[in-house]
Design a protein around this ligand. Structure first.
Ligand code: NAD
Length: 391
C-alpha cells in the first residue's frame, strides 16, 4: 500500500487529511505534528491579549482525526526529496510515496537587531501566552517600579495580527487598569509600521474607520516608520526611539525553517510551486499553506498566506493526490476569496465580503459576520474542529 505523509496539523495539513480520508483513497495516511494539539493561528492574538484562553483556540488532534489516519507526534528535522524520506527528532525516519508539506509559519525578524531577543512574537500558543504573561506582569510591576515605561506597549507592524491584537488589547485595557490599579492617562500604546498605510488589503475609507476606532481607544499610530532596532525597553526607527517595556513583534511571517534545512530552492522558507501545487520535478510532492508561494494568475503576484487560502490549497492537493492514485491528470489551483474580516476586539471590526454580492462592513455588525462565517467554516476564522466534520 502506498504511503501519503502529511506534515503539519495546521489548517492546511488537517484539512488535507480530512479530505483524503473522505475521498476513500486506498492508502496509508500518516499525519505528523510536533504538538499533540492543533491551535487556531488566526486567534492567537486573543490569547495574547487575554480575551481567550488556550483551550478556546486549540483541540486534541488524535481525537479529531478521521478513522484510519496514523499520527506521529514528533518534530520534522528534514525532508530528502530524492529518497522520499522524512527524518524526525525522535522517531525512525518515514519513507513516503506521496508528500504534503504543510509545515506552516515562523516569526520573521528580517534580521533586525534585537528583534528576536526583545520582541514578543505571536506564533503559537506558548508564545502568545508568554506575551500575555509578560504584559500583565509588566503592567502590574508599575505599582512598585513607578517606571512609566512599564505602562507603554509597542506593537510592531500594522498587518492583520497587529491590528487584531490592538483591537483585543484596547477592549481589555479598562479591566487591566482596574485590576492593577493603574493610572489610565499614563498608558501608551504605540503601533509602529514601515509602510505608509495600515491593512493595505482594505480600501482607504475602511482603514480610516479602523484607525480612528483604535485611536479613540488610545492607540498612537506611527506609519512610514521602519523599525531598525529593538532594544530591551525600546523600539528604534532611524532617529526615533519609542520607549516601552512590552514590545509585541508582529511584523510578518516566513515559512518553516525545515524548508531551508532540507535544501529547497526557497525565499523566506517559501517555495514557488506549480499551478497544481506540486513541486517542480516532484509530481508526488505538494507544498501548501505558509511554506508555499502560489502565483495568482489574476494579479501576477503570489497569493497572501492566509488560513482561507491554506484550506482551499488543501482541497486541491487532496484532490490531486486522489487523481494521481487513480491515474488521472491533476487540476490547477483555482481560488476565489469569499472575503476578509479584520476584527477590532469582540465588538467591532471591518469586513470586505464577497458572498451573495459585495459587502463592505464596519462596526459591531462585523462581530455578527465573524460569528456567521465561523459557524459556516468558510472564512479563515473557521474552526478546524467543525471543518473536519463537514464535507
Ligand atoms: P503581515 O505581513 O500581514 O503584516 C506585517 C506588517 O509589518 C506589514 O504591514 C509590514 O509593512 C510591517 N513591517 C514589516 N517590517 C517592519 C519593520 N521593520 N518596521 C515596521 N513595520 C514593519 O503579517 P501578519 O499580520 O503577521 O500576518 C501574517 C499572515 O497571516 C498574513 O498573510 C495575513 O494576511 C494573515 N492573517 C490574516 C488574518 C485575517 O485575515 N483576519 C489574521 C491574522 C493573520
Amino acid at each position: 500500500m502506498k504511503t501519503i505523509a502529511v506534515l503539519g496539523a495546521g489548517y492546511a495539513g488537517l484539512r488535507t487529511v480530512k479530505r483524503l480520508a473522505h475521498s476513500n483513497v486506498n492508502t496509508r495516511i500518516v499525519l505528523v505534528n510536533k504538538n499533540p494539539y492543533h491551535y487556531e493561528s488566526t486567534q492567537l492574538h486573543q490569547v495574547a491579549a487575554g480575551t481567550k484562553e488556550p483551550a478556546d483556540v486549540s483541540f486534541d488532534i488524535k481525537k479529531s482525526l478521521p478513522a484510519g489516519v496514523e499520527f506521529i507526534l514528533d518534530e520534522v528535522v528534514s525532508i530528502d526529496e530524492a529518497k522520499r524520506v522524512v527524518t524526525f527528532k525522535k522517531h525512525e525516519s518515514l519513507v513516503y510515496d506521496y508528500l504534503v508539506n504543510a509545515l506552516g509559519f515562523e516569526s520573521e525578524t528580517f534580521g533586525i537587531k534585537g528583534a528576536e531577543e526583545n520582541g514578543w512574537p505571536l506564533i503559537d500558543i506558548d508564545t502568545a501566552l508568554a506575551a500575555r504573561e509578560h504584559l500583565e506582569h509588566t503592567l502590574a510591576s508599575y505599582r512598585h517600579s513607578h517606571d512609566e515605561n512599564d505602562l507603554h506597549i509597542a506593537v510592531c507592524g500594522a498587518g492583520f495580527t497587529s491590528i487584531e491584537y490592538l483591537g483585543e488589547l484596547v477592549y481589555r485595557m479598562p479591566e487591566l487598569v482596574k485590576r492593577y490599579g493603574l493610572p489610565a492617562d499614563k498608558i501608551k500604546i504605540y503601533c509602529i509600521e514601515a509602510a505608509p498605510k495600515v491593512l493595505p488589503m482594505f480600501d482607504d475609507k475602511m482603514v480610516a474607520w479602523a484607525v480612528d476606532y483604535l485611536k479613540k481607544r488610545g492607540v498612537e499610530f506611527h506609519t512610514s516608520t521602519p523599525i531598525t532596532e529593538v532594544k530591551a525597553g525600546s523600539v528604534v526607527s532611524n532617529g526615533l526611539e519609542f520607549k516601552a517595556n512590552t514590545i509585541i513583534w508582529t511584523t510578518g511571517v516566513r515559512g518553516s525553517h525545515v524548508i531551508a534545512d532540507s535544501g529547497y530552492d526557497q525565499k523566506r522558507n517559501r517555495v514557488v510551486v506549480k499551478d497544481d501545487l506540486s513541486v517542480e520535478g516532484h509530481p508526488e510532492e505538494f507544498l501548501i499553506g505558509d511554506v508555499s508561494a502560489v502565483p495568482d494568475p489574476s494579479t501576477g503576484r503570489f497569493y497572501p498566506t492566509t488560513a482561507q487560502i491554506s484550506i482551499a490549497q488543501a482541497d486541491t492537493a487532496a484532490a490531486n493526490l486522489a487523481a494521481l492514485l487513480e491515474g488521472r491528470k491533476t487540476s490547477k489551483f483555482d481560488f476565489k476569496s469569499v472575503g476578509t474580516v479584520c476584527s477590532l476586539g469582540p465588538q467591532a471590526g471591518i469586513a470586505d465580503i464577497h458572498m451573495m454580492g459585495h459587502w463592505k462592513l464596519k462596526g459591531a455588525i462585523v462581530g455578527v459576520v465573524k460569528k456567521i462565517v465561523n459557524d459556516r467554516s468558510v472564512l479563515e476564522l473557521a474552526k478546524v474542529s467543525n471543518m473536519l466534520e463537514s464535507n
